[in-house]
Design a protein around this ligand. Structure first.
Ligand SMILES: [Zn+2]
Length: 327
């Protein structure tokens, strides 16, 4: 449907080699050093890392969610790394009798509004749209929209407006993206940096997965007009932001791995052979139990169609937070 297979394939090849999920960003740097740079030949590897990103794509090829999906190998690498971090952490906790994992987390958010000029078409969206996006994140992650309540809440720390035509549109995987993030990123591993602007390739957004070592690429990039009140028809209720933050907290797509048993590494999201677009009825692409999870935030359906995370996803995000992003 508008997946633009060629583009996706190209991106996957470049990114995937890199390290799994790190794509999302550079945050993945320290996780799998060996895997990290493979395949990044076209990128100025200022960082030793790996950045994996996942993006969100619109239906019909007009806009896309994400530049890449992870390969099975990348997923295996990421899962092995997570297991290693958890094992090391359990050991430390044993020794120190440390506190239990935090179950309620408020994430500070820094929003960078990238603009070409002072016009709305040039990226100058009002503060009210940013505030609404933060509200949507809080509703989505608290279960207020109908899904599971996760441990996470979001607090806007600042809106940083930057007028720089060389960073607009934001081009996924470009040296300009790296330069932008290196210049602007604030806070530690637990600070969510969101970059808003027009995006390359009709993308709706992309994000970096968490990694052991903080990368300057860490964060979430979102099409500014996908914020609540934006002009991105069918994708303007803020769920692209929710989807990308899901990646930032270590969630894969619900269609990751297709119908294979490991799938998205979450047990309560039915397997799905491919992304769902729009809002299909009765879609069931795998012979395993359950209809496709088209209402899950980690699919590609319209904002009006997606409204939930599952308990398994909530648990996976909390585990990842404590493994990678907690102070
Ligand atoms: Zn995605």
């Amino acid at each position: 449907m508008g997946l633009r297979p060629n583009l996706l394939t190209r991106r996957v090849a470049g990114v995937a080699t890199t390290t799994l999920a790190l794509l999302l960003s550079t945050a993945a740097v320290g996780v799998a050093p060996a895997a990290a740079h493979v395949g990044h030949a076209d990128e100025a590897c200022a960082e030793p890392a790996d950045t994996h990103s996942d993006a969100k794509i619109k239906v019909g090829g007009v806009a896309k969610h994400e530049p890449n999906e992870l390969t099975a190998t990348q997923v295996r690498e990421r899962e092995a790394d997570l297991a290693a971090v958890l094992a090391a952490r359990a050991k430390r906790t044993d020794l120190k009798q440390g506190p239990a994992a935090t179950a309620s987390i408020t994430i500070p958010v820094v929003v960078h509004v990238i603009q070409r000029d002072s016009t709305r078409a040039g990226g100058n969206i009002p503060d009210s749209m940013v505030s609404s996006q933060i509200s949507v994140l809080n509703q989505s992650f608290s279960g207020a929209t109908g899904g599971t309540a996760t441990a996470f809440a979001f607090q806007l720390q600042k809106i940083n407006r930057v007028t720089n035509p060389s960073w607009y549109p934001i081009v996924q995987g470009s040296s300009a993206e790296r330069s932008m993030k290196t210049s602007l990123r604030e806070g530690g591993k637990g600070t969510l940096n969101i970059y808003l602007g027009e995006l390359s390739d009709d993308l709706l957004g992309w994000a970096t997965f968490p990694t052991r070592r903080l990368s300057s690429m860490d964060g979430v990039v979102v099409l500014s007009e996908s914020l609540p009140g934006g002009t991105a028809t069918n994708y303007n209720q803020g769920d692209t932001g929710t989807h990308e933050v899901g990646h930032w907290l270590n969630l894969y797509h619900t269609f990751q791995g297709g119908c294979a048993s490991s799938g998205d590494s979450v047990s309560d999201t039915p397997a799905e052979a491919s992304p769902a677009f729009e809002c299909p009825t009765g879609r069931d692409t795998c012979s395993t139990a359950g209809l496709d999870p088209i209402t899950n935030f980690m699919d590609y359906t319209y904002d009006s169609c997606m409204y939930q995370f599952t308990p398994g996803q909530a648990s996976r995000m909390l585990t990842a937070w404590n493994a990678y992003r907690a102070a």
